[in-house]
Design a protein around this ligand. Structure first.
Ligand SMILES: Nc1ncnc2c1ncn2[C@@H]1O[C@H](COP(=O)(O)OP(=O)(O)O)[C@@H](O)[C@H]1O
Ligand SMILES: [Mg+2]
Length: 299
């Protein structure tokens, strides 16, 4: 199974949200990383056939997915960003409702809903109303609904947004477990969501793929650009003002700074192994999103 994106482009008036993007995806988990506005949602909606490209196409094993119509949709599972739930439905009612929309028979729907509630660890709250659920529980229910038709292609748009760290870990393990034999595309702006579970990372910026590869290959592209410096507090101020600091730790009298920079930032700097988070900062730090570096706390 191969899903190919062929020079996929979406233009809104004067804004090119996705810009001639090409990629070939085979079964595995793809982490789609990019800052807000990078074009992730637009790309995913085109992959799901909800949004028509301005040009280019999506093909599955060489067949145009628009031409495939229903037979392509049958292979798809989608969890949209800002997914709307029905607060007065119970988890079970909700899954049966979506199953009916997807054309499952009543008997099959019931069996499948029970299986999936177990997969996402919601079996004990199957009869509880969704409005009583935490963010993580809602997102797990969102995954369950996307899996009802046993999709071969699963598209998850920022599924970890709004989850606390514990829920995020749980969600990550769940995704990792269900991604076998499927093409799973998961978008996020939180690097650690995908750093250790993705088979491949796609880094998107301004509608283009600026990097793709295995997580360790991608971080290799900034080898020699990540530094650790042990400095006194007066030097810390100067360095943080001037450089992208990916971590700052107080060690007694001194500070230990992790800095992402093309050149050696200070006398005591030693090069260290980059992480995907360093890479992310390298590409996106100019867009200073204060939510990114601190989001996971110190690591
Ligand atoms: N319906 C729309 N009309 C005009 N511009 C849009 C529309 N949807 C998205 N955009 C713009 O396209 C760009 C990419 O948006 P989006 O795909 O939502 O990015 P992401 O999901 O990575 O945050 C942004 O600049 C956004 O403002
Ligand atoms: Mg989005």
């Amino acid at each position: 199974m191969e899903l190919t994106l062929n020079r996929l482009t979406k233009r809104y008036k004067d804004k090119t949200a996705v810009d001639s993007l090409s990629a070939a995806l085979t079964p595995g988990l793809y982490g789609l990383l990019g800052a807000n506005g990078a074009g992730k949602t637009t790309l995913m909606r085109m992959v799901c056939g909800i949004l028509s490209p301005t040009s280019g196409n999506v093909a599955l094993d060489g067949r145009d997915t628009v031409a495939m119509g229903e037979s392509y949709r049958d292979l798809l599972g989608y969890l949209p960003q800002n997914f709307g739930y029905y607060p007065v439905f119970t988890a079970m009612d909700y899954l049966l409702y979506v199953a009916a929309l997807k054309g499952l028979t009543k008997g099959a729907a019931k069996v499948r809903a029970n299986e999936l509630l177990e997969t996402v660890s919601l079996q004990t709250v199957a009869k509880k109303k969704i409005r009583t659920f935490s963010g993580g529980m809602k997102q797990r229910l969102g995954i369950a609904q996307a899996l009802l038709n046993d999709p071969k292609i699963l598209v998850l748009d920022e599924p970890t947004a709004g989850l606390d760290p514990k829920e995020r870990v749980r969600f990550r393990n769940l995704i990792s477990g269900i991604s076998k034999d499927k093409i799973v595309i998961l978008s996020t702006h939180i690097v650690s969501d995908v750093e250790y579970i993705a088979d491949a990372i796609l880094v998107m910026k301004d509608g283009r793929l600026v990097h793709q590869g295995r997580p360790e290959e991608i971080t290799a592209s900034i080898a020699g650009r990540v530094w650790e410096c042990r400095v006194g507090p007066e030097e810390t101020g100067r360095l943080t003002a001037r450089y992208t600091v990916s971590n700052l730790k107080h060690e007694g009298e001194r500070d230990m700074l992790r800095i992402v920079s093309d050149g050696k930032p200070c006398e005591s700097a030693v090069p260290v192994e980059p992480t995907l988070e360093d890479l992310y900062l390298y590409y996106f730090s100019s867009e200073t999103d204060p939510g990114i570096p601190g989001e996971e706390g110190n690591r």
